[in-house]
Design a protein around this ligand. Structure first.
Ligand code: ME8
Length: 518
């Protein structure tokens, strides 16, 4: 049986419609999940919605509807976004589901059984937008007279009876865990940030609320609902069924190989979550990786600034694979990234239309016209041919290494570098001139180029799944010969295979104003 690989996104708050930051995280995680699947792993990929908490209750009240109705409406929007983006998630979890309530309550009981939960009263600052408690030192009163937390969201004073989790007891075990598992947190900046936060001392954490009721009830004390992050983080283990039955069909996926999240929620994932799991005596995820934030033309997106781009509009305007490609290639994964229409247009024209699209159409149309519509014979290879094939054959090792450290943009860059190399090879070999002087040599050059197109298309499947499939159709690669095991010599194109005249896969992007002018 193949090796399990479990990957998750954060579960989003459905207090509004999904925005481009949500789309970005899902696209990136999807690319990683698809990569591992094509590389032979038994992948379980989870995403979903985080439906409880004060923010949901307040938004619902403001809209004059129930939190259930708000969650239902927007959770469906998130699901629809997943379809639109071609996300290959194997499950979609909602924290309002019965399966989740049961797991969370069981995890709570285990933490209590370990002596880590006690009742007291909380008095301190709380940000509803972040659903986070902050120490007074982390907050500041700005010129507008409002007190803000470290993420720039307003905080309010909360005072109520609450259960506490003995987080203070976990500072040492957590620091030891980070030390012994250097890959537990990525990238390095986030790891350093978490270590210094834990070293500065951990206070016990308030983990229940009594001033509202939209949440999962605390076992045996229904006046309390659980703090939404206790509930939300547990989603990752709920979906595997591990807590209920370690031999269940999906239990093999726990612990997760990687939780992919944004940098604003690293503290919850790299401090609270492992502490809860240690307390409940459950295995810890292997890695937590925080990507950066997407900035619209360099500015932070916010509803109040009105620059929250709707992913549906972006995809309708540029095309899905174009948007996927742009985000995965342009943004250094793990860092913030900026986007603008101009940058998207430039990138897709340079790399997709003029790059891989042009290479495939030039070389394959020559085959269709000059080689009887069939993949030609590859003659005795020259050094140039060997070098070209070696570059294509060597890509998988580079991509594996980059993807294993979540450097998605570097994997894509390496693939595109081979496209450029193939362009130079093709131009240098001048197959159009060889047509008259040395048709056998022309055949070899066209074979080598088509073989490079095949491998690039296989490797691009995680990034641009539909377009890569079209490229593979153009070189007549059977459906069952598209995984990474077929890269290199194992899956070479077979001479004599009929090809159809290539259809364009990546059209050039022309801005609407330019079309109007033309
Ligand atoms: O934080 N750019 O939900 P959420 C990139 N429910 N990523 C962004 C982004 C941006 N501009 N804005 C948000 C939550 N994100 C919790 C998670 S997990 C147990 C609970 C990312 O809807 C953000 O960092 O506010 C997070 O990873 C995800 O989108 C969901 O954010």
């Amino acid at each position: 049986m193949s090796d399990p690989y479990y990957i998750t996104t954060a579960i989003s708050y459905p207090n509004g419609k999904p925005h481009i930051g949500h789309a970005y995280e899902l696209i990136a995680t999807d690319a990683m999940a698809r990569f591992q699947r094509l590389d032979g792993r038994d992948v379980f990929f989870l995403t979903g919605t985080d439906e409880h908490g004060q923010k949901m209750q307040q938004t619902a009240r403001a809209e004059g509807i129930t939190p259930e109705a708000l969650a239902e409406r927007n959770s469906n929007e998130f699901r629809a976004m997943g379809k639109l983006l071609n996300a290959s998630n194997d499950d979609f979890i909602r924290t309002t589901e019965k399966r989740h309530h049961e797991t969370v309550q069981e995890v709570w009981r285990r933490m209590a059984a370990n002596g880590d939960i006690y009742k007291d009263s909380y008095a301190g600052w709380y940000s509803v937008r972040d659903e986070a408690y902050y120490q007074e030192e982390e907050t500041e009163v700005r010129a507008d007279g409002v007190r803000y937390g470290p993420q720039g969201t307003p905080v309010e004073w909360v005072e109520e009876e609450s259960y506490f989790f003995r987080l203070s007891a976990y500072a040492e075990p957590l620091l030891r865990h980070y030390e012994e598992n250097p890959d537990f947190i990525g990238p390095a900046e986030r790891r350093n940030e978490v270590i210094s936060f834990v070293k500065s001392g951990l206070k016990d954490l308030s983990i229940s609320r009594t001033t509202f009721d939209w949440g999962i009830k605390v076992p045996d004390d229904p006046k309390h609902v659980m703090y939404v992050w206790v509930d939300a983080l547990t989603n990752y283990i709920t979906a595997t069924g591990y807590v209920e039955d370690q031999n269940g069909p999906r239990a093999k996926y726990w612990p997760a190989d990687i939780h992919v999240i944004g940098k604003d929620i690293i503290r919850f994932h790299a401090v609270y979550w492992p502490a809860f799991l240690m307390s409940a005596k459950l295995p810890l995820p292997k890695r937590v990786y925080a990507h950066g934030f997407l900035l619209n033309k360099g500015e932070k997106m916010s509803k109040s600034l009105g620059n929250v781009v709707d992913p549906v509009n972006l995809v309708n305007h540029f095309g899905l694979d174009q948007v996927r490609y742009f985000f995965l290639r342009e943004v250094s994964f793990g860092h913030d990234g900026s986007y603008s229409e101009e940058a998207i247009a430039t990138r897709i024209n340079a790399d997709l239309a003029n790059g891989i699209g042009n290479l495939a159409s030039r070389s394959l149309s020559m085959i269709v016209k000059n080689c009887d519509g069939k993949i030609p014979e590859c003659g005795e290879p020259t050094d140039a041919d060997r070098e070209m094939l070696a570059s294509a054959d060597g890509l998988i090792e580079i991509c594996r290494e980059e993807m294993n450290r979540q450097a998605i943009h570097k994997a894509v860059t390496a693939i595109i570098a081979v496209v450029s190399e193939a362009d130079r090879y093709f131009a240098g070999q001048e197959p159009w001139a060889l047509k008259k002087t040395d048709p056998a040599r022309m055949a070899t050059v066209l074979y080598v180029t088509a073989e490079v197109v095949r491998q690039i298309a296989i490797l691009l499947q995680p990034i641009v799944p539909d377009s890569a499939a079209k490229l593979l159709d153009l070189v007549a690669v059977p459906q069952d010969a598209r995984d990474f095991a077929r890269l290199g010599a194992a899956g070479r194109l077979v001479a004599g295979t009929p090809l159809e005249a290539p259809k364009p896969v990546f059209p050039r992007y022309v801005a609407p104003e330019e079309t109007a002018k033309a």
